[in-house]
Design a binder for this molecule. Structure first.
Ligand SMILES: [Fe+2]
Ligand SMILES: [Fe+2]
Length: 197
């Protein structure tokens, strides 16, 4: 059995059918985006497949995995249960699956918040999570169009959407999300200035 099949078998034991379909969709989308934007295709597929591995696990298990991985949560992270699966997922993949690749670790770790200075692989996974074939939110077609044109444009749109949604619900916004958004907006403004000269 190849390694993808082994991971799929494991995923089936850890998540709902709905989440399993999503994981396959994100893996497929991440592979395509990696091909388009020159990221490592195999790493993108693995990260896509495993990014939500802890999402259907009980919060207690997620927290235990985070602790076992030696990761200390900040107060904002403690208050945002939605972020735990990404942190626990990165820890699980490194600890239990023995995937030592730091790029895959970071891609899974930051797939929900984003951060500034993201690698190509991190961006690919972040965007793939929004544009995979199973996604059905309002505006998904626009996101898919953006993802065909520019990874950064799609990222900025995803971050804008997240910040708007979280602030509307009066939820915390992780500082990394703000850093990622600001960096991309600054880059865009700089490009506009440069092309106007
Ligand atoms: Fe996720
Ligand atoms: Fe996801």
């Amino acid at each position: 059995m190849d390694r993808y099949e082994e991971y799929k078998k494991l995923l089936k034991t850890m998540m709902s059918e709905y989440r399993y379909r999503h994981s396959l969709g994100v893996a497929d989308e991440a592979r395509k985006l990696a091909e388009r934007y020159g990221a490592d295709v195999e790493k993108a597929t693995v990260a896509g497949l495993l990014h939500d591995i802890m999402k259907d696990q009980p919060p207690k298990v997620q927290l235990q995995t985070i602790e076992d991985s030696g990761i200390i949560l900040t107060p904002v992270e403690q208050a945002s249960q939605k972020l735990w699966h990404a942190i626990a997922g990165a820890g699980y993949v490194r600890m239990k699956l023995g995937i030592r690749d730091p790029e895959i670790f970071d891609a899974i770790l930051y797939h929900t918040t984003g951060r500034d200075g993201m690698s190509r692989l991190e961006k690919v996974l972040y965007v793939a999570d929004y544009t995979s074939c199973d996604r059905q939110y309002e505006g998904v077609e626009h996101m898919r169009e953006l993802a065909k044109i520019s990874l950064e444009d799609a990222m900025r749109e995803g971050l804008r959407f997240t910040i708007q949604e979280l602030s509307g619900l009066e939820r915390t916004i992780h500082p990394n999300t703000i850093f990622a958004y600001n960096e991309l907006v600054c880059d865009k403004l700089r490009q506009q200035r440069d092309s106007a000269v």
